[in-house]
Every structure is written in structure tokens, then in C-alpha cells.
Design a protein around this ligand. Structure first.
Ligand SMILES: NC(=O)C1=CN([C@@H]2O[C@H](COP(=O)(O)OP(=O)(O)OC[C@H]3O[C@@H](n4cnc5c(N)ncnc54)[C@H](OP(=O)(O)O)[C@@H]3O)[C@@H](O)[C@H]2O)C=CC1
Ligand SMILES: O=C(CO)COP(=O)(O)O
Length: 332
């Protein structure tokens, strides 16, 4: 039986995932949903996504690319969710839990559903009755732009069912993608959400003129905040130095490709949140995640001074210079 895999979302990471799946040699049929019908026509005619990673050649059949979510979901056994978290609830609003019954749902999203302050696995479980053993998460240090260039990258596939994680990782791995499996689905998701916030912090500090010496201190403190938070939320044995945790923090905080760092840099340089968002045609998840994580941490009470500083800048209109100056007194 041919495995049928759908990707939901039309941005850069979805385009990169389509490429990875296509360059993997195991037999499969790939389906792709996006909301933009003009982009769909372009893909059908010219085999490239016009707006994101437009150099990537799209080799899946034209009839498998559609803006009809029901058509795509009903055809697939594996459904990879990849719209930014802020738009997930509205994207899935017409879908009924029965339509996902028995299907394997994979989140490639690194963000929180803002309406519920939930990670994606919890959102799927509580709102669509998807059992945790049918949910996987794709994470790890990997920018879509480098996938387009076929630069060697490592992905972590996390799930409570490690066998399913291994089966699914065999659909993704190829000449330039190596996969690692993990059973830490909650820690992996929360770490991926948090690293975006710290990449925003890194960008803010860069925009304010802080140098590499300070960035190293900031990121050392950031990984401690991540560890303390994931240990509080889901206390299991984990090595925070693994690439799904530390690696993803490093690549996002330091890479020229990071949307979150770019957004933070603009804030540090004096842009308002609105103007920074308008300037980017891509989504910085860290903006929304800062609000959700700040609310969630009220229940856990973990000491997270970097999170609080970013929150004060993005949501309390504090002046970046002042918030970061105060933060510098709390780092070690
Ligand atoms: N890019 C990367 O390297 C990686 C991204 N991720 C994660 O993947 C997820 C998707 O990000 P990414 O692919 O980078 O997205 P991009 O920033 O490349 O693209 C933005 C996407 O959001 C959609 N969008 C924008 N506004 C709305 C709206 N109001 N309603 C519905 N959809 C909207 C866009 O659709 P449209 O074009 O129709 O406007 C487009 O598909 C995020 O959670 C991100 O953290 C994870 C790993 C790597
Ligand atoms: O998750 C990512 C890299 O692993 C992408 O991060 P950005 O959204 O900041 O580009």
C-alpha cells in the first residue's frame, strides 16, 4: 500500500518539507494544501512556489495541490501541519474530529495556539480527539533556506510512540537530511517554542548594539531557562545539549535566516511591532509565543528573566534599551 502524506501550509517550511519528502526514495504519494489559490495555479503551471523558496522545483502531481482542505485531509494517512500556530485554529475550523480518526498527525509548527496557550500536540488531543500515540513533532535545527540548498541538516522526530517516529522519519531522510527519533514530544515542542523567543531576544540585543561577547552570555542563560521550564512542565530524563534543544536554540539565535532574530533586530533598532511585522513577509512565531509562554509560566513560576524582558518590550511597550539594561543585571 502506498503511503499518502499531506502537507498543510504554503510557507517556506512547508515548501522545504515537500522537497525533503520528494527527494526521499521510499514510495509515497504527496498531497499539498495551501490557502493561496494564485500560488496553487502557479505551482501547477510552473512547478515552483512563487512566494517561498521559489528556486525549489515541485515535482508532485498538479492534481495533488489544492486549497480544498477536506479533499487533502480525506486522501491522506499522514498529515503534516505547517501553518503558523496563530492561524492553525482558523485553518482547521471546518474539519471534524472524525476526519482525523486513525490518521497520524505530525506537527512541523514551532509555536503555540494563542487562543488556548497550548502546544500543538495538546491542541490536537483536546480539540480533535487525536490520541497522543498518533501525534508526532518534527523539530531540530533546520532552516528551510538551507534545505533548499541541500545543505546537510538533522531533524528530530518526537512522539510518544517511538516506533511510529521511526517509520515516519524514513519518509523524510535523504542525501542531505538525517533524522533522529525521540520520545520527548512535550519537551521537544516547548523547547522549539521557547527558542524562538530567545532568538527574538538575541535580535533585539544585536539591534541595540550588543556584541558577540554579550550574545554568548544571553544564549547560555537562555538554555538554562529552557531547561528549567521543560523540566518543570514535563520532568523526564533529557539531555538539553541534544540538537533538538540546544542545537535549535543556537541556529535560530545566530542564523542570518532566522525570522525571529530578524524581527527582534528590527525591534532593537526602534521599529514598532506592527512595522516590523509588515516589513517581513514571513512569520516570527516568537512574537505570539512570548505572550502564551508568559501566561503559562504564571502557573509554573519558573525564573525566566529573558522571557519577562521580551514580554515587557513586545507587550508592555517598555523601551528595549531599558528592559535589556535591567536584564543584564540578572544574567550570569
Ligand atoms: N522557515 C523555517 O525554516 C522553519 C519554520 N518552522 C515553522 O513552520 C511554521 C510555518 O512557518 P514558515 O513556513 O516559516 O512560514 P513563512 O513565514 O515562510 O510563511 C508564512 C505562512 O503563513 C501564512 N499566513 C500568513 N498570514 C496568514 C493568515 N492571516 N492566515 C493564515 N495563514 C497565514 C502564509 O500564507 P500566505 O502565503 O497564503 O499568506 C504562509 O504560508 C512556523 O511554525 C515555523 O516556526 C519550523 C522549522 C523551520
Ligand atoms: O525553527 C527554525 C530553525 O530551526 C526557524 O526559525 P525562524 O522561524 O526564526 O526562522
Amino acid at each position: 500500500m502506498t503511503n499518502k502524506i499531506a502537507v498543510i501550509g504554503g510557507g517556506s517550511w512547508a515548501t522545504a518539507i515537500i522537497k525533503m519528502l520528494s527527494d526521499n526514495t521510499s514510495p509515497k504519494e504527496i498531497f499539498w494544501w495551501m490557502r493561496d489559490t494564485e500560488a496553487i495555479s502557479y505551482i501547477k503551471n510552473f512547478k515552483h512556489n512563487p512566494k517561498y523558496l521559489s528556486a525549489v522545483e515541485i515535482s508532485i502531481p498538479s492534481s495533488n495541490v489544492s486549497a480544498d482542505l477536506n479533499f487533502i485531509v480525506d486522501h491522506a494517512d499522514y498529515i503534516i501541519l505547517n501553518v503558523p500556530a496563530a492561524f492553525l485554529r482558523s485553518t482547521l475550523s471546518d474539519l471534524k474530529p472524525e476526519q482525523l480518526k486513525g490518521k497520524k498527525i505530525i506537527s512541523a509548527i514551532k509555536g503555540m495556539v494563542p487562543e488556548y496557550n497550548q502546544i500543538i500536540a495538546t491542541f490536537l488531543n483536546e480539540n480533535f480527539d487525536v490520541p497522543y500515540h498518533n501525534i508526532l513533532v518534527i523539530s531540530g535545527p533546520c532552516h528551510a533556506e538551507e534545505v533548499a540548498l541541500e545543505k546537510l541538516s538533522y531533524l528530530t522526530i518526537a512522539g510518544t510512540d517511538k516506533k511510529l517516529a521511526a517509520v515516519f522519519s524514513d519518509f523524510l531522510s535523504n542525501r542531505y537530511i538525517k533524522t533522529i527519533t525521540s520520545d520527548d514530544i512535550f519537551g521537544t515542542e516547548y523547547a522549539a517554542v521557547l527558542k524562538n523567543i530567545y532568538a527574538v531576544a538575541s535580535g533585539i540585543c544585536h539591534g541595540l548594539g550588543y556584541g558577540d561577547n554579550f550574545q554568548a552570555v544571553l544564549i547560555s542563560n537562555a538554555i538554562r531557562e529552557i531547561k528549567d521550564f521543560v523540566d518543570a512542565v514535563h520532568p523526564i530524563e533529557r539531555d538539553i545539549k541534544e540538537s533538538a534543544y540546544l542545537g535549535d536554540l543556537l541556529v535560530t539565535a545566530y542564523s542570518q535566516f532566522s525570522r525571529n532574530r530578524t524581527f527582534g533586530n528590527m525591534i532593537g533598532k526602534g521599529y514598532t511591532v506592527k512595522s516590523a511585522q509588515l516589513e517581513m513577509n514571513m512569520i516570527a512565531e516568537g512574537y505570539y509565543a512570548t505572550h502564551s509562554m508568559y501566561q503559562i509560566n504564571k502557573n509554573f513560576g519558573v525564573n525566566m528573566p529573558i522571557l519577562s524582558a521580551v514580554y515587557s518590550i513586545l507587550y508592555e511597550k517598555e523601551i528595549p534599551q531599558q528592559s535589556i539594561k535591567l536584564l543584564t543585571e540578572k544574567l550570569s
